[in-house]
Design a protein around this ligand. Sequence first.
Ligand code: ASP
Length: 455
Amino acid sequence: MKKLALHWQIVIALGLGFGWAFLASSLGWASLTDNWIDPFGEIFLRLLKLIAVPLVAVSVIRGVASLSDIRRLGRLGFRTLMLYLVTTVMAVSLGLLLVNLIQPGSMIDQDQRLRNRARYEAWVARTDGVETLDGRQITQPQASAAVGEEVVDAKVAKGLQTMEATREQGPLQPLVDVIPENLFGAFTDAAMLQIIAFAVLFGIAMVLVPSDRTKAMADLLSATDDVLLKMVDMVMKAAPFFVFCLVAGKVGGLAGNDPSRLGAIFQSLGWYSLTVVLGLVLMIFVIYPLIIRTFRRDMTVGQFFRGMAPAQMLAFSSSSSAATLPVTMECVHDNLGVRKETVGFVLPIGATVNMDGTSLYQAVAVVFLAQFHMVDLSLMQQVTIVLTATLASIGAAAVPSAGLVTMILVMQSVGLNPAWISFIVPVDRLLDMGRTVVNVTGDAVVCSAVDKWTN
Ligand code: ASP
């Protein structure tokens, strides 16, 4: 009998995971799921992240070292960053368009919105904001003032503190942070950009040293790459089981022993979530196919999706582009036929800085929260959102809920109270699953496009 394709096995595992989460919470088995199923999901994520760090280092070094002409690296890098930026701006703009058309924040009970507006005005007055009634002239409130004013989710409160610390640093600090002081420190923190920076330098140096001196090193790197990819294969053999555990554990964790909690989560922010999901669906089924059709005439959109399915499923169940990276690299190389040196260079950077789903979600969420508090955002403020959501998505780590935290930056840039983010925390995990699929798909689209473009 023909074996079911891996992505179908994972789809079934996903369904079973959701089913188990509902069943277990109805039967009061939350702690059973927590103690005996969820840990396997964690093991899966750890295994993938464990492979991701050395894999990125080795692939980037090999990718750069194989570009015998350093100028090609510059061209590849420039085009990659350009396409990453263009797709992110497209995603934010799409998000803004949808949230302004659908107006999910206005569909909430008027009395509650009026009360929110009153609290907002009190907050602006307390933080020395000067504001006209139509919300135009708002000075930048201090983030710290928001803490304690409302019930602030722990994650949001921690993010506020980090943002406050970052604000005190100079504008070039992010650039300084890309260069590691200590390579092992970069590995320990799994600081992808730092690892990539080291690997690029190392790769360039390898090109400059005569090849007879670096042959042994090149062979070792090539063998290490093969072994790491074999490890990915081994882990992926058990992916259906692990995905079941991951979804059962995470969704079960949201429901606890009360399945109606899940229903309530879906209902309470229905229109907002639908707007985000619609945006994500349009990115995947309209925008990306257009880019694929433009750059990859040798491949149909169907082939692209079939090839990417395992990585997409994994992104959905793990909510982490970083954990999905080893599988994304395999799918893009093996199934989409993208050259190894392009995969090794473009995807690790993409997993770290290119997050179309996250930026779209941030744009929708910020405008939704403004509508929910009866604050009109001017055109200029919406343009500011395009800018800051792009930056905030670049700054978000490729781990669950990172986008929720960096959204504080976007809220602050248009003078809104970052503490409001607590309102959307309950649905965040579910939306995170969807936006991570878009993040991973966007990286693969750009990688395929750039590969053809630089060929
Ligand atoms: N979970 C997302 C990712 O890993 C980031 C985010 O939007 O929170 O790509």
